[in-house]
Design a binder for this molecule. Structure first.
Ligand SMILES: [Zn+2]
Length: 140
């Protein structure tokens, strides 16, 4: 008897193409394996092709990266450059600290400056940390 384990229902299989096996330099069979989470080595153009298909199916970039064997920032870079090979998009830098922020207090200290506003903000952040485990202000 050929049974199925409970919970292993038939999953929808994704196809890169239902007619062709090659498209220029793209190995559509390999891409189909990747789309369905089967281990396969892809070239960069094949990875981009697969990532684009998975993204159009609503998969998040981290899962896409996992499935094609690239990291999230690489996939994000391809998406940002309209699915062409490109450099990964760097994470946005956080804006410089301003007076009144707890993290500015440490900068004042490093420069040997005194600032009561930042000192108070740092003390408040420390109190929050002791009470809640987070130095961040609660969202209003
Ligand atoms: Zn200050």
């Amino acid at each position: 008897m050929n049974g199925n384990r409970i919970g292993t229902g038939q999953r929808e299989r994704l196809y890169a193409s239902t007619t062709a096996t090659f498209d220029g330099d793209l190995d559509l069979i390999a891409i189909e394996y990747a789309l369905n989470g089967e281990p396969v080595k892809l070239t960069i153009p094949e990875k981009i092709h697969a990532a684009r298909i998975l993204e159009s199916r609503g998969m998040d970039l981290t899962s896409i990266g996992h499935r094609i064997g690239s990291d999230r920032s690489t996939v994000a870079g391809w998406k940002a450059s309209d699915w062409k090979p490109g450099k990964p998009v760097p994470k946005p830098k956080r804006p410089p600290a301003e007076c009144g922020e707890a993290r500015m207090y440490r900068q004042h200290l490093a420069r040997g400056e005194k600032c009561d506003i930042c000192k108070a903000a740092n003390a408040a952040a420390d109190r929050r940390y002791r009470l809640t485990g987070s130095r961040k202000e609660a969202a209003a």
